[in-house]
Design a protein around this ligand. Structure first.
Ligand SMILES: Cc1cc2nc3c(=O)[nH]c(=O)nc-3n(C[C@H](O)[C@H](O)[C@H](O)COP(=O)(O)OP(=O)(O)OC[C@H]3O[C@@H](n4cnc5c(N)ncnc54)[C@H](O)[C@@H]3O)c2cc1C
Length: 291
């Protein structure tokens, strides 16, 4: 199919974006890498009156050190995220996620801001920013607002952004001592969206998990923080018994809807497998059998 007719304007600065947005009205959409938006246009799932191209707005670009952490501009492409030394040092989980996202051509154009704003439930970066306790910096014509990632994803393809707000950047604090993180997923083919995935992070001290964070994707309308499994693991080492206990606790955390890949039982099974693998990777323990 072909995209419906639309007007196209390119913004040169953040002030320009908000002026163009105000003139174009509520049906306008921001265009970043176009890797999701143009597909929705082609399938006529979206019919914006105007596309406002933000891809050359310098204020939304770049990765910089801020205090002990980093600030990742919304226009940072997936490829740039994966190649950044600052990201590898401060938030290696984000760099590890990159090879799991689609294919190189898409990673060269798609942006972190676009991925978070689109909020696909099977996408990697939304789960990562929740696992990392990141802050989403939202901008409107009147100012800036900081939204904890855990509160940002409000439902299926839905976020806490107001109609007149965009994502300007993502802020990540410094890694904690002995912090480790891992992202794993199961997909039918390399580059496909995940059937189920997990972004996990913990401080690992003498084999003991301190403050574990487990965030699943592809198993709910938005990233799912597995609080019952996290409680089952906190302060414990990843023995086969502890892992089995945490896997059982997932039943309270997950209520996966059926999708193209399978039903709720299959999703729950995949989540248990991924949990065991993630804990094994985090702690270096021998892999436990998935229940
Ligand atoms: C074949 C294919 C496979 C893919 N596989 C995966 C995958 O496995 N995992 C994955 O995570 N993604 C996947 N993607 C999606 C890809 O990661 C996209 O790049 C990403 O979802 C959107 O980023 P974008 O910059 O291209 O955004 P765009 O397509 O330009 O925009 C997407 C939406 O976000 C809005 N938006 C963009 N930037 C901002 C901003 N700064 N503030 C507010 N709103 C904004 C737009 O208005 C639009 O509604 C795939 C895409 C394709 C085409």
């Amino acid at each position: 199919m072909k995209a419906p007719p639309f007007a196209y304007v390119r913004a040169g600065s953040l002030a320009d974006v908000f002026a163009l947005w105000s003139a174009a009205g509520p049906d306008a959409k921001l265009l970043a890498g176009g890797q999701s938006l143009l597909a929705t246009l082609a399938f006529r799932l979206s019919e914006p009156s105007t596309l406002i191209d933000i891809s050359r707005v310098a204020e939304l670009a770049g990765i910089s050190a801020v205090g002990d952490g980093i600030r990742v501009g919304a226009l940072t492409t997936h490829a740039e995220l994966g190649a950044s030394d600052l990201v590898r040092r401060h938030a290696p989980l984000l760099a590890e996620a990159v090879p799991l996202i689609a294919h190189p051509a898409i990673r060269n154009r798609g942006t972190i801001g676009g991925s978070l704003a689109y909020a696909d439930p099977a996408a990697e970066l939304p789960a990562c920013v929740v696992a990392l306790d990141a802050t989403i910096v939202a901008r409107s014509a009147t100012g800036e607002r900081r939204i904890p990632a855990a509160q940002f994803f409000t439902g299926l393809y839905a976020t806490a952004l107001a109609d007149n707000e965009l994502i300007a950047a993502v802020e990540l604090s410094a890694r904690k001592p002995q912090e480790r993180a891992v992202i794993l997923e199961l997909a039918r083919r390399s580059g496909d969206y995940a059937m189920a995935g997990i972004a996990a992070r913990a401080q690992v001290s003498g084999g003991t998990l301190v403050d574990p964070r487990l965030v699943f994707f592809g198993v709910g309308a938005a990233p799912v923080t597995a609080t019952a499994a996290m409680a089952a693991l906190a302060g414990k080492s990843a023995t086969p018994d502890t892992i089995a206990h945490a896997q059982a606790a997932l039943d309270a955390d997950l209520d996966p809807p059926a999708d193209l890949h399978g039903g709720p039982d299959m999703k729950r099974y995949l989540a248990r497998v991924l949990l065991a693998r993630a804990l094994t990777r985090l702690t270096g323990a021998e892999e436990a059998r998935a229940a």
